[in-house]
Design a protein around this ligand. Structure first.
Ligand code: ARG
Length: 405
């Protein structure tokens, strides 16, 4: 009996060719696994295609709820955004898909897993490292890393074996999408001096064509998790989906970024992530009101570390567990509502409230009812500035007397 391999299958050209190629090159039987993480595809057709191309079994797993609850929301709570720009949609789906593949390998008695990633990107690292952490006994087969075919050669290979070449491979872009965002690369986008053409976008309207009237949304959070939209309690998957639609319509969520891949390449990436942009802005606004200055400052450092480790494929690591524990703890009072205005590509927080707010009107006000004791300030400043006064006296700096340091 030949060995079995579980292949992560998107239904696209590369992974379809991979089914045939693995059979031919390795003599393995291919079981495909297609994870539904909220991309807009006909999964029944994808499943049938896998079988038509030669898979012995085609698994489809609805992973939307797990994706949102165990991958997306913890990262929202962390405010993790790679290099200050990329909300990590693709990066987050990989460890989940890898986990589903190792589970399928176990239940199907497969000795290997496979993916269609090339040797130049981050996704290969994410799949391989996740598999190494979860199921070190499994081999990893990565055909596109080995076969060295150009796009044209891949199409020729497909035609030779009667593998349907999808219309989408005529699309000039390479696209990956899930509920947290849509990643677009290749084609004219490879020239960083070219503005992304309108056809690169699918989820967002061009801000100039967005409605002239702003749209307000109110998002409710409980312990850092978004649980309601405009006062309606909603399940995470539905909430993210609905905000993607609303914000996309108002042109919110386009991101154009020169990004540093783990393998050392700078690449031009375009993203559409309307819900991520809105929810991150709302969540940060609520934290600004419910966390202390020290918590906020420290949490920003955690967010940067968190984003890097997710991007770099270290989801299943002890470092992640430790950071996640801090993030969870930090969220215990991040409960309340945030109002935002969506208008022609912008998303602006306009109001926030929380039962645990640290904002005190009687301290902040310049009007009637001020409780802040201004007479205590000179003494505070006296001590706060003490070391500066001592140093200025003992070590006079010429330059400070002129324009400053
Ligand atoms: N650069 C992003 C990342 O590494 C997205 C890659 C997505 N792939 C694609 N085919 N567009 O997470």
């Amino acid at each position: 009996m030949s060995e079995k391999v579980v292949l992560a299958y998107s239904g696209g050209l590369d992974t379809s060719v991979a089914i045939r190629w693995i059979k031919e090159k390795y003599g393995m039987e291919v079981i495909t696994l297609t994870a539904d993480v909220g991309g807009d595809r006909d999964l029944g057709a994808t499943q049938q295609k896998a079988l038509d191309v030669g898979a012995i079994k085609a698994l489809v797993v609805d992973a939307k709820k797990t994706f949102i609850e165990h991958f997306v929301f913890p990262v929202l709570q962390a405010d993790a955004v790679y290099q200050g720009a990329y909300p990590l949609a693709t990066a987050l789906s990989r460890p989940l898909i890898a986990k589903l593949m190792t589970e399928a390998a176990r239940s199907e008695g497969a000795s290997a897993i496979a993916h269609g990633c090339t040797g130049k990107g981050n996704d290969q690292v994410r799949f391989d490292v996740a598999a190494a952490a979860l199921a070190p006994h499994l081999k990893v087969v990565a055909p596109a890393r080995e076969w060295g075919m150009t796009r044209e050669e891949t199409i020729a290979y497909a035609q030779k074996y009667g593998i349907p070449v999808p219309v989408t491979s005529a699309s000039p872009y390479s696209i990956d999408e899930n509920l947290w965002g849509r990643s677009v690369e290749c084609g004219v986008l490879e020239d960083p001096w070219v503005e992304p053409p309108e056809d690169a976008f699918e989820w967002t309207r061009s801000p100039q064509d967005a409605p002239d009237q702003p749209h307000y949304v109110e998002i409710g959070f409980e312990k850092g998790i978004p649980t309601s939209l405009d006062g309606r309690r909603m399940d995470g998957v539905d909430l993210v989906r609905e905000i993607n639609g609303l914000a996309g319509k108002h042109g919110v969520g386009r991101i154009d970024h020169i990004e540093d891949r783990l393998v050392g390449i700078k690449s031009r990436e375009v993203y559409e992530a309307p819900a991520a942009v809105v929810l991150l802005a709302a969540h940060k606004a609520l934290e600004a009101m419910t966390l202390s200055r020290d918590q906020l400052r420290f949490k920003q450092m955690v967010a940067a570390e968190y984003a890097d480790l997710v991007y770099n494929g270290l989801w299943f690591s002890s470092m992640h567990q430790d950071l996640a524990a801090y993030v969870q703890s930090s969220q215990r009072y991040v409960t309340g509502q945030v109002r935002l205005k969506l208008h022609k590509g912008s998303c602006t927080v306009v109001a926030r409230r929380s039962p645990y707010s640290l904002y005190r009107h009687e301290l902040a006000t310049y009007e009637e009812g001020d409780l802040f004791d201004q007479s205590a300030s000179p003494g505070f400043i006296q001590i706060w500035g003490l070391s500066v006064r001592v140093q200025a006296q003992a070590q006079p700096e010429e330059s400070m007397a002129d324009e400053g340091p």
